[in-house]
Design a protein around this ligand. Structure first.
Ligand SMILES: *Cc1c(COP(=O)(O)O)cnc(C)c1O
Length: 231
C-alpha cells in the first residue's frame, strides 16, 4: 500500500479511537484532508481511494487544483480571507471555514447572491487570544451570528478555531470547550442551527474530538514523508 494511504488509514483509526473514547459515533466526525502544498498526483491517490473532500488555504493553489482534479470533489477553503479574493473563493469553494468579520460575512453574502452560489460558511473564532491567529474575538462573535441568521445566500452552519501549537491538553480542552459553549449560546440566542465545529489538527485532534469537534482538519500526519510543492 502507498505511503499516503497507509498514513490516511492510521489517522482514520485514531479518529475512530478518539470517537470511541469520547462515547461518540464515528459518523459524528469528518476527517478533512488538508491538501495544501501537496502535489496533485498524491491527492489523486487519495481520490482513487475514495476521498472526495480536500482543504486548501490559498486561492491560487485552490484554483489550480480545482481545475485539474475531478468535478465531484468538495473543496474547503481554510486560509485567511483577503477581501479582494472573496469572489474567487465564492466561485471555487463549497465550504469556507475562515470568515472572521462582519464586513467579510456581508461581502460573502452579497457576492454569493451575485454568483448564484450557496457556500457553507463557518465563523472563525480566536478563542485563545493569540495575536498571530486569525478569527474574531469571542465578544464580537454575537453580532456576526446575528448577521448570519439573516443571510439567505451563504449558509452559516458553525464555527472554526485553531489552538496554539504548543498548548498542553488542559489548555486545548479549555479552548475547544469554549468554542462549543459559544456556539451553543449564540445559536440559541439567534435561533440558528450551528451543527458544525471545525476544530482539531494533526497535533491536537483527539482533544478536539473529546470536546465535540465535528470536523478535524489534518495535513501533516497524512502527508508525513511526502514531498511538498515549494511556494
Ligand atoms: C495547515 C492547516 C491545517 C492542518 O494542519 P496540520 O497540523 O498539518 O494537520 C488545519 N487548519 C488550518 C487552518 C491550516 O492552515
Amino acid at each position: 500500500m502507498s505511503r499516503v494511504i497507509d498514513n490516511f488509514l492510521k489517522v482514520k483509526d485514531e479518529v475512530t479511537a478518539a470517537c470511541v473514547a469520547a462515547g461518540r459515533p464515528e459518523s459524528d466526525v469528518k476527517l478533512l484532508v488538508v491538501s495544501k502544498t501537496i502535489p496533485v498526483p498524491v491527492l489523486m491517490e487519495l481520490y482513487d481511494f475514495g476521498v472526495r473532500e480536500f482543504a486548501e488555504n490559498r486561492e491560487p493553489e485552490l484554483t489550480m487544483k480545482r481545475e485539474v482534479m475531478p468535478d465531484d470533489i468538495i473543496w474547503h477553503f481554510i486560509g485567511p480571507v483577503q477581501s479582494n479574493k472573496i469572489r474567487k473563493i465564492v466561485r471555487l469553494a463549497d465550504v469556507v471555514h475562515s470568515v472572521e468579520s462582519l464586513s467579510q460575512l456581508q461581502k460573502f453574502e452579497r457576492i454569493a447572491g451575485e454568483e448564484k452560489r450557496n457556500p457553507r460558511v463557518l465563523l472563525e473564532v480566536n478563542v485563545s487570544g493569540e495575536l498571530s491567529k486569525g478569527g474574531i474575538a469571542p465578544e464580537d462573535l454575537f453580532q456576526l451570528v446575528r448577521c448570519a441568521s439573516e443571510c439567505n445566500n451563504v449558509h452559516v452552519c458553525g464555527m472554526m478555531t485553531m489552538a496554539p501549537f504548543e498548548a498542553e491538553t488542559a489548555e486545548l480542552t479549555a479552548i475547544f470547550s469554549r468554542l462549543k459553549e459559544l456556539r451553543d449560546e449564540a445559536g440559541q440566542l439567534y435561533e440558528i442551527p450551528l451543527p458544525v465545529l471545525s476544530m482539531g489538527m494533526s497535533g491536537d485532534f483527539p482533544a478536539a474530538i473529546a470536546c465535540g469537534s465535528t470536523i478535524v482538519r489534518i495535513g501533516s500526519r497524512i502527508f508525513e514523508g511526502i514531498e511538498r510543492i515549494s511556494r
